[in-house]
Design a protein around this ligand. Sequence first.
Ligand code: NDP
Length: 483
Amino acid sequence: MKYIQNYIGGELMAPKSGEYLDNIDPSRGIVYSYIPDSTKEDIDLAVEAAENAFPKWATTPKDERSAIMIKIANLIEERMDEFVAAESLDNGKPESLAAHVDIPRAVSNLKFFATAILHFASESHYMENGAHPGINYTTRKPIGVVGCISPWNLPLYLFTWKIAPAIAAGNCVIAKPSEITPMTAYLLSEVCIAAGLPAGVLNIVHGLGQKVGDAMTRDPKVKAISFTGGTQTGETIAKIAAPMFKKLSLELGGKNPNIIFADCDFKKMLSTTLRSSFANQGQICLCGSRIFVERPIYEKFRDAFVERVSKTKVSYPTDPEAKLGALVSKPHMEKVLSYVELAKEEGGTVLTGGIQVHLEGEYSEGYYMRPTVIEGLAYDCRTNQEEIFGPVVTITPFDTEAEALMMANSTVYGLAATVWTENLTLAHRFADQLHSGIVWVNSWLVRDLRTPFGGVKNSGVGREGGFEALRFFTEPKNVYIQL
Ligand code: NDP
């Protein structure tokens, strides 16, 4: 069985403790490899390597940094099948999803920021009038050693979404993938070595959040933390990092509304809503888990949706027909199932799903669950307010635009929202009033990597994407020259 290694100072190495954690294949419920159970000692080594590498990397010409990143992206593409299989095995997601979304997007992240840095310009402000005519110019320099912490739902996709802008901007990185899905981060370290990334520019330390993530957050030499994960973990990180005045980018949880007006393109809405509800087993922070439907089409929607959901195939990840694979872990599946019980206690009716699925043969112990649709719940009950992060959606009718808006905005979260209508004025008006960092109208998960990505309220602080990310990973300095 494979023992994953840390990647520190350009080398693959065992954790200083010599201890390893089990890495479980969620499609079978068995241990299939081992992950370093790293500690502060490994973080200290990584920070030292990053500090040593920083002066040279920060002054390496942008086009050289860019060329190495393109090489890393190309090497992932060359090993595409291996990365796809690893991501799917580690996470439980269908291989088809990893092949169409996760790994191609990781490649795009690297290529996007490898080229974005070549176009990243700083500002100049000319003061032509008044007592102090002069010129301001702003420089943007890399921060130094920065930390990137990512979750398990889109492992390499979100890992590279942070690492790519950080190293493109000239920083040196300590990165921690989720301990639940470490395999593609390990393959990435092999690729970085093959691509000739200088030692110490990227250091990948595997292990538990409470040991490795915590040590990274507490280390005063790590000047910025880019974190994606749960709101509670974000709060813990902020409490530790804020008194040290670290720069923080926090992409946190969501409870996204999907608002469907009666005049929508029904067919397109229905098939997209199937995806926005259950893609990646509902384990995407952008999935729409609260579906609000205008009363005149509520019953038509409910019947058509439930029929399609009940026919959706749940299967092992390598089944090309699988629409949903396994949930990421047993505790997570149990948490999601507990929300179905809560929904029933709160007066909800399970229209389809709500149960664990036991596949045959070697997959009989995997963590599978039927996609679930629940109706009859109040908009402000716990099921409709708390993040479930699994294949569970609720459907609720509404009568007026004001009511839909009130329910949509009623949670502590504000990450993404979807609106379905053919009425252009309504679409603009509604999008404008949603408390949400991202709104999709008549679509879902369409991503232009140049756009700001992130949420409001408890869904996070700061934005990723495009120049927003490059601004986060650089420190501006303004210089004024009097004329
Ligand atoms: P967690 O918050 O549990 O973990 C995220 C990462 O933080 C993991 O690498 C974890 O390590 C690490 N971590 C845990 N505790 C600490 C700590 N005390 N200090 C530093 N790091 C720590 O989230 P999940 O992995 O469970 O991911 C699901 C969550 O992520 C959901 O809430 C989802 O909404 C959110 N998410 C948000 C996105 C966004 O863009 N807004 C995108 C995708 C997901 P370990 O795995 O060892 O616990």
